[in-house]
Design a protein around this ligand. Structure first.
Ligand code: HEM
Length: 247
């Protein structure tokens, strides 16, 4: 289910980014203020309010107790994702690629960054967690194999001489795919030690990416607050200056 959601959301995200890049080739300054443009804007703003349901129900115990027996947090999260990506898509269409004011540009940037950070937080984080789990399992097996291969080698002083005399050089060559490892128990120990080192490196890189992903989620929250402030300002300006037209 989550895999299907990931594919759909990735597709819509692609369309959203392409639609935004449309400003390079297209510009319709009067569209946002037209009747159809306003419908897109209002629908987009309403859809952008829907994602608030998830954090509100999740964090307010009173609402959580009343709503989650009928609608699970998981369903609210799915709604959060779909409304959170369709709203900005309608918002981009509403702009007609007219990016003239600082408010319009910042609002569009905040909107896109909220979606991108949400995407990274939701899908990249679980992907990285899965990778770390798989790599740790492999590492455990490789360390066990290395221990037993080392045990065999320790009992055979003749074979010990087969170990590389310059381990750093051997490791450097191995990283370039130029292994000079000998056969027998010494070669086996060298190969397993290389695998353990590679896996440890991969786990550390993924841990780093995971820490970054956590920061992305904090960014997601800060950017969404900014988005709502800018959206409120934009709507206020629309009503204020729009109504002046009629007076
Ligand atoms: C208008 C668009 C969106 C807004 C305003 C928005 C806003 C928020 C807010 C306020 C939170 C709560 C953070 C917290 O409670 O700490 C949140 C959480 C989250 N959002 Fe969004 N979001 C939007 C779109 C998206 C999209 C498109 C995705 C994914 C593709 C997404 C994924 C997430 C995830 C994974 C969480 C964390 C859930 C958790 O761990 O409990 N969001 N979002």
């Amino acid at each position: 289910m989550k895999e299907r959601e990931r594919v759909i959301v990735a597709g819509v995200l692609g369309v959203l980014l392409l639609a935004w890049l449309g400003f390079l080739v297209h510009r319709s300054p009067r569209f946002a203020g037209s009747g159809v443009g306003a419908v897109f804007g209002i629908a987009g703003a309403v859809l952008m309010l829907v994602p608030l349901a998830y954090p509100t129900v999740k964090r307010i115990p009173f609402l959580n107790a009343r709503i989650t027996p009928h609608v699970s947090l998981q369903s609210l999260m799915t709604l959060h994702v779909y409304a959170g990506i369709l709203g900005p898509l309608l918002g981009i269409i509403h702009t007609g690629h007219k990016y003239d004011s600082w408010l319009g540009i910042t609002l569009t940037a905040a909107m896109l960054l909220v979606v991108v950070s949400g995407f990274i937080g939701r899908y990249l984080l679980s992907f990285v967690n899965r990778e770390i789990k798989d790599k740790l399992l492999l590492l455990q097996t490789a360390r066990g194999d290395l221990d037993s291969a080392w045990g065999v080698l320790e009992n055979s002083p003749v074979e010990m001489r087969g170990l590389p005399k310059a381990p750093l050089l051997a490791a450097g060559l191995a990283s370039l795919g130029l292994g000079l490892s000998a056969g027998g128990p010494a070669g086996e120990v060298t190969r397993l030690a290389e695998s353990v080192a590679d896996l440890e490196y991969a786990v550390r890189t993924h841990e780093l990416l995971k820490r970054w992903c956590r920061r992305w989620l904090k960014l997601h929250l800060v950017l969404s607050v900014l988005l709502y402030v800018l959206l409120a300002l934009h709507i206020w300006a629309g009503i204020h200056f729009g109504l002046r037209w009629f007076s």
